[in-house]
Ligand binder design. Structure first.
Ligand SMILES: Cc1cc2nc3c(=O)[nH]c(=O)nc-3n(C[C@H](O)[C@H](O)[C@H](O)COP(=O)(O)OP(=O)(O)OC[C@H]3O[C@@H](n4cnc5c(N)ncnc54)[C@H](O)[C@@H]3O)c2cc1C
Length: 494
């Protein structure tokens, strides 16, 4: 945590915000955390969200007795959530329950492997050489995480000096210039079981793992070493709690209102123009896709390769499949081939599948005897330019067919009468949140590509960006942190 962030205790709050009018645009986790932090410091905050509900990519869907989180289900770094409330003088009303096992892995040769936060039960599923390689590779993930997290996660965007200091201090151990597959080969973890297992963590930040820099191996530690957690009531319980906290602090919530442009005068944003009118403000936090903010300011975007998008099936089933744990990964015959299809704009025919069934721990999420299956595959972002909706629909239809065929091939399908409700989400739906439907900004390929853009645009001194497309990046804890950093940046400038 930055010294600047730390120095602002709730007790000093009122003085810092001092009734300033701040508009926060976007009601995803980044916008919610920014609004909470600013309001706790005495600012008069208005949060503008285009959708009727808060949460952004973290939404909830209920139908026929089934409840689904439509977005995040793997919650890491719970202390970031607790801290987000605590720094505002509020108690976190949520209870985190550790996932155990963290995840079950199903391989095409029929092998099943349960991975825990504890080493012993995890290694029990491996032969001796795999177990040695697992230990070594996990140690490396920890080393990379402990070096990188203080610079790239737990602090404001690093400038050239902090980057240079990181390079000098960690040198070759930080694996600069190396790719993730190279690192895994060197550690003896590139075989059929551990290779896909360790590569896949790079998809958490939207990378094709084959092109990811080795430093992204640190992501594995956040899950394997620090653990995965669940919230009673699902991920959406966090959105509800943040909303309640905002209401307590008197934040004005304007849902169902879209921001259309920002009016700047003399290098300062003076007005936020929305679908319902115009809001005068002293400062703005834009917690939306960075490219959208560039468009609002009439500035050109630099076209960069998009990160992965996703294809999601929410299926309410009248049956249970006990071979599936709460979190299950189903690996394809040839891990990596799916990214060739994605690179050429197609949906893979044999994708890796991630399945999540919250009803395993929260029986209220499905009727008795049934289960609420969330199934997700990696998918390409939308084609460049104004994509023809019919062509996009044809592509997504092929993706849906491939996902269902993969489930059936692996014996994880269901008879028609067992499917009681279902809903699909794909890149076209995710385009409501991110440019071209990408989930994590630009693709984090290559060492510099993994760095997220700084949260300032230079166009306006009272405008700070937040959210998954800027520092420190996507995922629930990082989006919350980005909102806190944006708020801290404004407060420090007052
Ligand atoms: C299917 C899926 C699964 C995921 N799984 C995980 C997971 O397991 N673990 C994890 O940590 N992360 C996961 N993520 C990523 C995580 O959900 C995101 O990184 C995080 O929620 C992003 O929050 P955000 O605030 O940056 O952006 P968003 O949630 O995108 O919020 C931006 C908000 O801005 C609003 N907005 C956009 N335009 C306007 C406008 N013009 N005017 C007003 N408002 C506007 C949007 O409606 C939205 O509410 C997943 C994402 C998806 C889609």
């Amino acid at each position: 945590m930055s010294a600047r962030d730390r120095s602002r205790s709730p007790a000093r709050a009122a003085a810092a915000g001092h009734g300033r009018r701040v508009t926060v645009v976007g009601g995803g986790f980044a916008g919610l955390a920014a609004a909470l932090t600013l309001a706790s410091q005495g600012a008069r905050v208005t949060l503008v969200e285009r959708e009727p509900r808060l949460g952004g990519k973290a939404d909830e869907w209920r139908d026929r007795g089934y409840r689904f989180d439509t977005g995040p289900s793997v919650l890491t770094l719970p202390e970031v959530v607790r801290d987000t409330f605590a720094r505002c003088g509020l108690e976190c009303p949520l209870e985190f329950r550790p996932a155990s096992p963290l995840c079950r892995y199903l391989y095409p040769d029929g092998r099943a492997w349960d991975v825990y936060r504890e080493l012993e039960p995890t290694l029990a599923g491996l032969d001796r050489s795999e177990a040695d390689a697992y230990r070594r590779t996990l140690d490396k993930a920890r080393e990379l995480y402990e070096a990188a997290a203080p610079v790239f996660v737990h602090g404001p965007a690093p400038g050239p000096w902090r980057l240079a200091a990181y390079g000098l201090r960690h040198g070759l151990r930080a694996a600069p210039g190396r790719s993730l597959p190279d690192l895994l080969r060197a550690l003896g973890a590139a075989g059929p079981l551990l290779g896909p297992f360790f590569l896949r963590f790079a998809t958490y930040v939207g990378a094709d793992p084959r092109r990811a820099p080795a430093v992204l191996h640190n992501v594995a530690w956040a899950e394997l070493g620090l653990g995965v957690h669940h919230l009673e009531g699902g991920t959406y319980a966090l959105v509800r709690s943040l909303r309640a906290a905002l209401e307590t602090l008197g934040v004005e919530l304007r849902c169902g209102e879209a921001v259309e442009r920002l009016v700047t005068r003399s290098g300062v944003v003076r007005e936020v123009v929305t679908s319902r009118g115009s809001l005068a403000c002293d400062a703005v936090v834009a917690a939306v896709d960075r490219d959208l903010v560039l468009a609002w300011l009439g500035r050109a975007r630099r076209e960069r390769e998009p990160s992965l998008s996703g294809l999601v099936l929410l299926a309410g089933l009248g049956q249970r499949d006990e071979r599936l744990a709460r979190h299950t990964i189903v690996f394809p015959e040839r891990y990596g081939a799916e990214f060739d299809a994605i690179a050429s704009g197609r949906f893979p025919s044999d994708p890796t599948l991630y399945l999540h069934i919250s009803a395993r721990d929260d029986p209220a999420d499905a009727p008795p005897g049934g289960e609420n299956r969330f199934v997700m595959a990696n998918a390409p972002a939308l084609p460049l330019g104004s994509a023809d909706p019919e062509a996009v629909e044809a592509l997504e239809a092929a993706g849906r067919e491939a996902l269902l065929a993969t489930l059936a091939r692996r014996g994880l399908g269901w008879p028609r009468e067992s499917l009681l409700t279902s809903r699909w989400l794909g890149p076209a739906a995710f385009a409501a949140y991110g440019y071209r439907g990408r989930l994590y900004g630009h693709a984090p390929h290559g060492l510099l590509g993994a760095l997220r853009p700084r949260p300032r645009l230079g166009a306006a001194s009272n405008l700070v960006l937040a959210g998954g497309t800027v520092h420190p990046g996507g995922g629930v804890p990082l989006a919350l942190l980005s909102g806190r950093y944006a708020a801290a940046t404004l407060i420090a400038s007052w």
